[in-house]
Design a protein around this ligand. Structure first.
Ligand code: MG
Ligand code: MG
Length: 248
């Protein structure tokens, strides 16, 4: 069942989302050549704690980091470690924060220093695909409308749409019903109602849509090892549209 949030729950989800947005803003200044993914994780955790929240992903299904930090061909679930970011890399940071039992979830892919034009192209059109997906959200729309809009945009720019990983409902758990795939058919899938909270999160690849998992059993990378980007917002479904809860 897809839960409709109460006003009290929505208030907490708004604070949680706001903390996630602020954490992204805070981290941005540190994303430079020379920083390790573990240092990014530590800065994120300290900031989230300073806001009176806890990192949602720490220990979730056993994940060892506070946030996911995925570089270049890594699609999602990169474990923070000793990898040093280099000029020309792209880095996806997926942040979850839990405030009074309610979560916010947002991923963003950042350039490290100056990046080449193909990576710029990937970042620009993946970010656009997120907003194409969000634009269709309102009471009465279907989850399939979102995926249709995202994949239509991805196809227009010949980007590979990752199908195995999907968006989701958000509430007292980070991952709730419904699944929100980045592909779909208009008018199909669960009906959206005001008060639902969902995360929309296109993961698009410069090459093949196919992916596989590394031996660490967390990190997902592209099958052709070409770069991947990930943009995600948690949003509240409203009567006439939507409100982004994880704005920065
Ligand atoms: Mg996320
Ligand atoms: Mg998510």
């Amino acid at each position: 069942m897809i839960s409709i949030k109460t006003l009290d729950e929505i208030e907490k989800l708004k604070v949680a989302g706001d903390i996630v947005g602020k954490t992204h803003n805070y981290l941005k200044q540190y994303i430079k050549p020379g920083i390790t993914t573990k240092e990014i994780d530590k800065l994120a955790e300290e900031f989230i704690l300073s806001q009176g929240a806890t990192p949602s992903f720490k220990g979730l299904y056993g994940f060892p980091g506070s946030v996911c930090v995925s570089v270049n061909e890594e699609v999602v679930h990169g474990i923070p470690g000793d990898r040093v970011l280099k000029e020309g890399d792209i880095v996806s940071i997926d942040i979850g924060a839990c405030y009074k039992g309610y979560h916010g979830d947002s991923a963003w892919t950042y350039p490290v220093g100056k990046i080449d034009s193909s990576k710029e192209y990937l970042l620009r059109h993946t970010e656009e695909s997120l907003f194409k997906g969000l634009e269709v959200i309102k009471e009465g729309a279907h989850v399939g409308d979102i995926g249709y809009a995202v994949s239509k945009h991805a196809n227009k720019y010949q980007l590979g749409v990752v199908r195995e990983l999907v968006g989701h409902g958000v509430g007292s758990k980070v991952h709730e019903e419904p699944d929100v795939p980045n592909y779909g058919k208009k008018g199909k899938g669960p009906l959206l109602k005001a008060g639902m909270v969902i995360a929309v999160e296109p993961m698009l690849n410069l090459g093949t849509p196919h992916i596989y998992m590394l031996d660490d059993e967390w990190t997902i990378i592209t099958a052709d090892e070409r770069p991947s980007a990930h943009f995600e917002h948690t949003v509240l479904v409203e009567k006439d549209g939507y409100t982004i809860l994880t704005k920065r």
